[in-house]
Design a protein around this ligand. Structure first.
Ligand code: FAD
Length: 456
């Protein structure tokens, strides 16, 4: 009998538990259903949708090599996905559904509904965890409570990993079946394919290449003018690769020496991803725009002008503008700059972090609810293990420290490209006028003082 695999945020054949287990129990057919309006409601970027669509076409090629078909369908909202799944199961005479879990609340509710409704029809619904390297809830403190702070979470994560090492799951065997006709409903979107080639293979190659320079990650990861990070986030966001595969590849790079893995900074960042997912699972209220710390001070003001200047990369702070233009032009922003841009908007301009969170989501090709919400709440000091309220990054000193030659600014803010490495971080009024570059929209010292008074 046939098994239906429902692809969602797991667009890969390798290390895909739902696909693997379905193939073990029968003939597999696959479906992906893009809920277009739902995605708009979640404010996700067109770039991300573009990467998803193109990656699906490649996923289909990989599946077809195993004689497994993939139907690519569209609808408006999650509710309709349920009806389409039911129809497909009936049409194809399948008796079981397989999928990997997603953790934001709308997705969880949808899946509970699917499970209930199909279960009532006698369809076997099988759910797996494919999105985290360790299963959710494996990492809890001694009382069985969730961690609220990263460092002890990571320590506990390592302890679990030591006793239960992770091993990516193999691809399914080739089936003895006819692919037949496959539904294709086009929802392609333009995005920077030159920067983000689609598909699982591209993701695996990216990690492979990055591992050659992983030992320089610690020293280079904070310099935005250098390609010092992996740029794997868009692929993790759509599941073209799993965090388990990344961690496993790093362990292999160290010939299986666990101590080297645990001491590695890139590993630590991947565990941050796990941490924010676990925080989301334990705190579903986060998806309802609630701060993690319910007693956090929320003193935000309506400042549309500042918000617009920030979005457009016209704040008059070169490093912030370079960051925002990188985001607008490529769909990605360097992590050091995400922190700076977020603190600038939230603490210095006092714009609600939720507005920034939403704009990031609308623009990022790696937009991911758990990491984005975690990042914004960290910066605004409302989050799990967030920065202390008095931590406010100074755009000028951060710029001088992390872009000392002004190389990054020169590339992204070309009107300032002729300035010397000293003045490029904070041009004089004359230089600004000549370059057609705006005056700073805020006074840093005043704004910092105001934030400290209001937040303290
Ligand atoms: P690398 O430095 O190579 O790290 C490898 C992987 O580790 C990343 O791909 C990511 O999956 C994970 N990781 C690294 N840093 C973090 C972190 N701070 N939190 C969680 N996971 C991390 N990341 C997203 O994937 N999607 C988002 O929507 C997102 N929004 C953010 C918003 C703000 C305000 C901040 C401060 C951070 C945000 N991040 C987000 C986290 C981080 O900036 C990106 O994951 C990282 O820049 C991606 O680049 P990379 O793949 O080269 O990372």
């Amino acid at each position: 009998s046939k098994k239906l695999v429902w692809f969602r945020q797991d667009l890969r054949v390798k290390d895909n538990p739902a696909l693997h287990h379905a193939a073990k129990s029968g003939e597999v057919i696959c479906v992906y259903i893009e809920a277009k309006k739902q995605r708009e409601q979640h404010h996700e970027a067109r770039a991300k949708v573009g990467l998803i669509y193109d990656s699906l076409l490649l996923l289909r090629e990989d599946l077809n090599k195993l004689n497994i078909p993939l139907h690519i369908m569209t609808c408006d909202y999650f509710d309709e996905q349920r009806a389409l799944i039911k129809e497909l199961i009936k049409d194809k005479d399948a008796d079981a559904l397989f999928f990997n879990n997603e953790y934001p609340i709308n997705e969880l509710e949808r899946d509970r509904g699917v499970e209930k409704e199909l279960g009532a029809d006698g369809i076997d619904v099988n759910r797996f965890h494919g999105d985290m390297a360790l299963e959710p809830n494996q990492v809890k403190n001694k009382q069985g409570d969730p961690y609220r702070v990263f460092t002890p979470y990571k320590k506990a994560w390592i302890e679990v990993h030591k006793t239960a090492p992770i091993e990516p799951i193999s691809i399914p065997d080739k089936q003895n079946a006819n692919i037949g006709e496959q539904i294709t409903e086009d929802f392609s979107q333009d995005y920077r394919q030159d920067l983000w080639p689609p598909g699982e293979q591209a993701a695996l190659e990216r990690v492979d290449k990055f591992l050659d320079k992983v030992d320089q990650y610690k020293s280079k990861r904070d310099i935005p003018s250098v390609a010092g990070t992996s740029c794997i986030s868009p692929y993790l966001a759509i599941g073209a690769i799993s965090s388990k595969q990344c961690i496993h590849a790093l362990l292999n790079h160290y010939d299986g020496e666990e101590q080297k893995l645990y001491g590695n900074t890139w590993f630590s960042e991947l565990v941050w991803r796990e941490f924010y997912r676990q925080v989301l699972i334990d705190n579903p209220q986060l998806t309802k725009h609630k701060p993690f710390n319910t007693d956090a001070k929320e003193v935000w003001v309506d400042n549309q002008e500042a918000f617009d200047a920030w979005k457009e990369g016209k704040t008059g702070f070169p490093i912030i503008d370079a960051a925002m233009r990188q985001l607008n032009q490529t769909g990605w922003m360097h992590n050091r700059l995400r922190m700076n841009a977020a603190m600038f908007l939230n603490k210095l301009c006092l714009v609600d972090w939720r507005s920034g969170e939403r704009y990031f989501m609308e623009t990022l090709i790696d937009g991911d609810f758990a990491s984005n919400n975690g990042g914004w709440q960290w910066c605004s000091s409302t989050g799990a293990d967030g920065a202390p309220y008095f931590r406010i990054m100074s755009p000028l000193s951060q710029s001088q420290r992390f872009d000392p030659e002004g190389e990054f600014i020169r590339k992204l803010v070309p009107e300032l490209k002729d300035l010397d490495k000293k003045s490029i971080h904070n041009p004089s009024s004359e230089q600004r006028q000549e370059a057609g570059y705006p005056e700073p929209i805020i006074d840093y010292k005043e704004s910092r003082k105001r934030a400290l008074e209001l937040l303290g």
